[in-house]
Structures are given as C-alpha cells and as structure tokens.
Unconditional design. Structure first.
Length: 170
C-alpha cells in the first residue's frame, strides 16, 4: 500500500514497481485512486466518511486479489491512520506493507499534475488533503521513501523490501 497526498509520486512509484515486478514474472494488480474513484467508488465523495469507505472497499478488493495469489499494489492518499490500520488488520500479518512516499507539500504543489492544489488554494476544491483536510503521516510504515529521489532508486528499495519479506524471490 502506498500512501501520500496528490503529487507525491505514489502512483508513479507504484506503476514503476508494477513494471519491475512484471519483468520478474510476478503476477500483480495495481489499484490506483483515480481508477477506483471512476468505478468501484464513483458514488463516494471526499468527506471523512466517504474516504473511510473508499479505503475499506479498496482493502476488501485487495484482500480478494491477494487470496488469489496476486501481489497487489495500491496508490491512495488514505489520510487517516485508522483506515490504514483497518486494511492492515483485514489483510492479516505479513500481507500488508505500508509504504510512505514522503514528499514535502511544496514539492507536491509544484508538481500538481492535475491542478488540484491550485483549485484547493482558490477555494474551488474542499476537503483537499494537505490544504484544508488533515494528513496523518504513518508512524510505523514498513518503508519510508524520500519522494524527492529518483523513481528507479525508490523501486530498488521496494524490491529489496519485497525480497526480504519473502513476497518475491530474487
């Protein structure tokens, strides 16, 4: 599970990791916030309750896919520790790795691939994580990545962790 606000690089890192795993013959599935919001969670908004339900649904889908033998990668903002803990408990011991892509808010805003920070700062977008809605940084993430590093470096760190955790073979 990869968590951090918009523009942190979480989707980019998750996509690059998925590609690296495919090259190694690992069966994966990437669940991304944007894709899930257009289908499975299209009925949800961005209130705290809707965010909680969004992550609950994603956790359930991820659990089913993990049960089927896939390595499931997710890229979601998931601003609250309680929701991340809920998914961790639902998946079970050794089946959840919390990845914290730690990117300064100023960098996220500078990247702003979707123009969301600009809209949030202008008051056009409410409940935007990092601006007018809280983001609770992980306290016990299995890995803490520096979001200002090259994506290839971050992917290597993640591959090392997956090997050490016996999720993939070297």
């Amino acid at each position: 599970m990869v968590y951090r606000p918009s523009g942190s690089g979480k989707s980019t890192v998750a996509g690059a990791l998925e590609e690296a795993l495919h090259e190694r013959g690992v069966s994966t599935y990437l669940l991304d916030g944007d894709n899930v919001r257009h289908g499975l969670c299209s009925d949800l908004g961005f209130s705290d309750e809707d965010r909680k339900e969004n992550i609950r649904r994603v956790g359930e889908v991820a659990r089913l896919m993990v049960d089927a033998g896939l390595v499931v990668l997710t890229a979601f903002i998931s601003p609250h520790r309680a929701e991340r803990q809920m998914v961790r408990e639902r998946l079970g011991e050794g089946r959840f790795i919390e990845v914290f892509v730690d990117t300064p808010l100023a960098i996220c805003e500078a990247r702003d691939p979707k123009g969301l920070y600009k809209k949030a700062r202008a008051g056009e977008l409410r409940n935007f994580t990092g601006i007018d809605s809280v983001y609770e940084a992980p306290e016990k993430a299995e890995i803490h990545l520096d979001g200002e590093q090259l994506v290839t470096n971050l992917v290597h760190q993640l591959l090392d962790l997956l090997q050490q955790s016996d999720i993939i073979r070297s």
